[in-house]
Design a protein around this ligand. Structure first.
Ligand code: FES
Ligand code: FES
Length: 166
C-alpha cells in the first residue's frame, strides 16, 4: 500500500508492505536513523516519535496507519546549529552517556514538557517511565525536563513545542 504522510514537515508518498512498521519505514526507507530500534517490542521507548502531536512507539505502529498524519522524529526537533531547548538542556545536564535512548527520551520529554498537568518530579518520572536508559542517565533527564518546563511556562509553550507539533 502507499503511505501518504508528512514527515518532519515534508510530504512523503511511499509504497510499503502492509506489515512494515513505522520504525522500519523511518529508518530503512527514509534514512531517518535518529529514531532507534531497541527492543522492537514496545518495551524500551527508543523508537518514540510523534504522530499528529502524540507520542507513539513506532515499532508497534504499522506504517500504513500513518496515512494522512503528521510524523515528527528527532530530526524534526532542532538542527546541529540551532538545537531545540530540550536538546540543549540534555547536553548541559549530562542527560545521556551512549546516546542510544536519547532520541526517544527527547520525544517523550517533549510530550512531558507540553503536558501542564505534570508538575512534580514523581509525575515526570512516571510519565517518562516508558523510556529506558541502560546508562542510568535518569536524573539528568528529569532535571533537563524540569528546566525546560519552567522556561516554557514562563515564555508561553512555543519555546518547547516545535512548529510541526500541534
Ligand atoms: S524499539 Fe520500540 S519500544 Fe523498544
Ligand atoms: S544514554 Fe545510553 S541507554 Fe540511555
Amino acid at each position: 500500500m502507499t503511505v501518504t504522510a508528512t514527515v518532519n514537515g515534508q510530504p512523503v508518498a511511499i509504497t510499503v508492505d502492509v506489515r512494515r512498521t513505522l520504525l522500519d519505514l523511518l529508518r530503512e526507507d527514509l534514512g531517518l536513523t535518529g529514531t532507534k530500534k531497541g527492543c522492537d517490542h514496545g518495551q524500551c521507548g527508543a523508537c518514540t516519535v510523534f504522530v499528529d502531536g502524540r507520542r507513539v512507539l513506532s515499532c508497534l505502529k504499522l506504517a500504513v496507519t500513518t496515512s494522512g498524519q503528521a510524523v515528527t522524529t528527532v530530526e524534526g526537533l532542532g538542527t546541529p546549529d540551532v538545537l531545540h531547548p530540550l536538546q540543549e538542556a540534555f547536553m548541559r545536564y549530562d542527560a545521556f552517556q551512549c546516546g542510544y535512548c536519547t532520541s526517544g527520551q527527547l520525544m517523550s520529554a517533549l510530550a512531558v514538557v507540553a503536558d501542564e498537568s505534570l508538575t512534580t518530579r514523581d509525575q515526570i518520572r512516571e510519565a517518562m517511565s516508558g523510556n529506558l536508559c541502560r546508562c542510568g542517565a535518569y536524573q539528568g533527564i528529569v532535571e533537563a525536563i524540569i528546566e525546560v518546563k519552567a522556561r516554557s511556562h514562563a515564555a508561553g509553550s512555543e519555546d518547547a513545542t516545535p512548529d510541526a507539533i500541534v
